[in-house]
Design a protein around this ligand. Structure first.
Ligand code: SF4
Length: 516
């Protein structure tokens, strides 16, 4: 089947529309029957370029998006599969990719995924073995023909045909959160993302900001605006940070509260808002829209498309209605007072706060002991070589290392240390999703998605630390591989000095050759 979704997205003349439907928990429950019915209707309509299938939204168990994609493609409609890292190891992701390739499902939306919530006999264990950048790297390799070593030499597999995209949020409140989203977006596109869908938000100036960021970075992939058809209940939940990553301000909630008093309980206003978003997203320069919302049916989607097309030529007349700034929220560019959108001039950045003692100390020790030109590098290397031989000295060395790293960094002994990549904050112990390349999309006003109001997002802390040294942009170009589980529960110091981990490779420390 021709990939009409890819074709629509890459065509200059088409404005793509995908419709997100949640398949729900169960196999033959009402949710799955409704899902199939909607897919059939969407296929017959000829107006929808892809049906998007969510993967365990909210972190709850659900029928597999990969399996449901087969039902959608059998109907002659392109599926767009949410492909998340939360419940799958790297091998499981690869397994699924082979399955998807066999059934010719190409469109994937690669993301970290909501933190697992309720499950059978309690909360499920989160996996997050890899992040979206690693998945994109894997997909790129598979699309080129993945190579792996075997007893008979290197095996090269047949190239696959995946068309992967990612999600980005321009709706973050803090400078740190927002810039981190853009740094990570650059890494995702460099790793092979071929399209970008925005998170849920309603601030037109922020949608516009993302297009200016696209221009600034020279991203050439299509960008798609998210239109969530928002009823009062969902709006209120989003405004209270109960739906990770979705941003709704109190001003919009008040509006929805008024609208729900109408005879149709606000449905007309909700759909008209969606159509207006369609119009300004198209007018601004987005390449398509992603339409979502609970209980949305095909007629609702068709209304948004038709009315949106009607309004699009005069999109500037409606865009001013989408003025929903967050109080004290950061904007990347200065405001254009005439349009309410942005000028192409960067806004003033906050002055960095004072350096923390912990960061200053960690950095000084790192430079002294771990940088190849550090005064104690040679000494440390010799000690590690001796400790690697095991025996009493090796055991004592491990004990000292474990004590120091657990005390200062809450180290979990993964053995493939990323401390120097994350401003000396451990992503394995302090980020519940173990994100080694930048934050997930779920942070809220600087708080971690999983511990709002309790723990600051590790990446927000890392940004602040690096900014004090004027080095925050190093995050943008620094791609950190997933932890190598060969090294798990082995000395990270020995792994580094003996050239076994990713940090050693970056520092140019080679593993010793036999006889060296
Ligand atoms: S620490 Fe940041 S990146 Fe990690 S889960 Fe929390 S919000 Fe996401």
């Amino acid at each position: 089947m021709e990939n009409t979704y890819e074709k629509a997205l890459l065509s200059k003349d088409l404005f793509s529309v995908d419709w997100e439907v949640v398949p729900g928990r169960g196999a033959f429950e009402k949710a799955q029957e409704d899902f199939v019915l909607k897919a059939e209707q969407a296929a017959k309509s000829g107006k929808i370029h892809a049906l998007t299938i969510t993967d365990n939204p909210g972190g709850n168990p659900s029928v597999s998006a990969e399996i449901m994609s087969l039902e959608v493609s059998r109907l002659g409609l392109q599926p767009l599969v949410y492909f998340t890292c939360k419940d799958k190891s790297r091998n499981e992701l690869e397994n699924l990719l082979y399955g998807l390739e066999r059934i010719k499902v190409a469109n994937l939306l690669v993301m970290s995924g909501d933190y697992p919530a309720a499950g059978f006999q309690g909360r499920s264990r989160p996996v997050y073995d890899v992040d979206p950048i690693h998945v994109l790297q894997l997909i790129r390799k598979m699309n080129e023909g993945l190579e792996y070593p075997s007893m008979k030499g290197t095996v090269t597999m047949k190239p696959t045909g995946f068309f992967p995209g990612v999600v980005a949020s321009p709706f973050k409140k803090l400078e740190s959160e927002q810039l981190l989203q853009y740094y990570k977006l650059k890494k995702k596109i460099d790793a092979g993302a071929q399209f970008v869908i925005t998170q849920t938000g309603y601030d037109a100036r922020k949608f516009h900001e993302l297009l200016l960021v696209k221009k600034k970075y020279g991203f050439e992939v299509p960008f798609i605006g998210n239109i969530y058809l928002l009823p009062f209940g969902a709006g209120r939940a989003m405004s209270k940070n109960m739906v990770p990553g979705c941003v709704v301000t109190q001003k919009l909630v008040d509006c929805l509260d008024q609208e729900r008093k109408a005879d149709d309980k606000g449905k007309g206003s909700r759909l008209l808002r969606g159509a207006k978003m369609y119009a300004f997203l198209k007018g601004m320069g987005y390449d398509g829209v992603h339409i979502s919302g609970l209980g949305v049916n095909l007629d609702d989607v068709l209304y948004v498309i038709e009315k949106g097309e009607e309004l699009a030529p005069n999109w500037r007349d409606v865009v001013a209605e989408f003025d929903y700034p967050q109080k004290g929220g950061f904007y990347y560019f200065k405001k254009d007072e005439q349009t309410g959108l942005n000028r192409e001039e960067e806004s003033d950045r906050l002055a960095p706060a004072r350096s923390s003692l912990s960061y200053t100390f960690s950095r000084a020790m790192h430079n002294l002991m771990f940088e190849p030109d550090g005064a104690l590098f040679g000494f440390m290397k010799k000690i590690c070589e001796k400790a690697d031989d095991g025996g009493g000295f090796g055991a004592l060395f491990r004990f000292v290392e474990r004590m120091l790293k657990a005390m200062f960094f809450e180290c979990m002994d993964c053995g493939d240390c990323a401390l120097s990549d994350t401003a000396y904050l451990c992503p394995m112990s302090q980020c519940p999703k173990n994100q080694r390349n930048g934050p997930c999309g779920g942070s809220f006003e600087g708080w971690c998605e999983v511990y709002p109001g309790e723990k600051q997002c590790l990446w927000v802390q890392a940004y602040d630390r690096l900014k004090r040294a004027g080095e925050q942009e190093m995050i943008e170009g620094n791609v950190v591989p997933p932890p190598n589980w060969d090294l798990f529960h082995r000395s990270s110091w020995i792994n580094y000095f003996l050239g076994r981990d990713h940090a050693a490779a970056k520092a140019g420390i080679r593993p010793a050759e036999k006889g060296e």
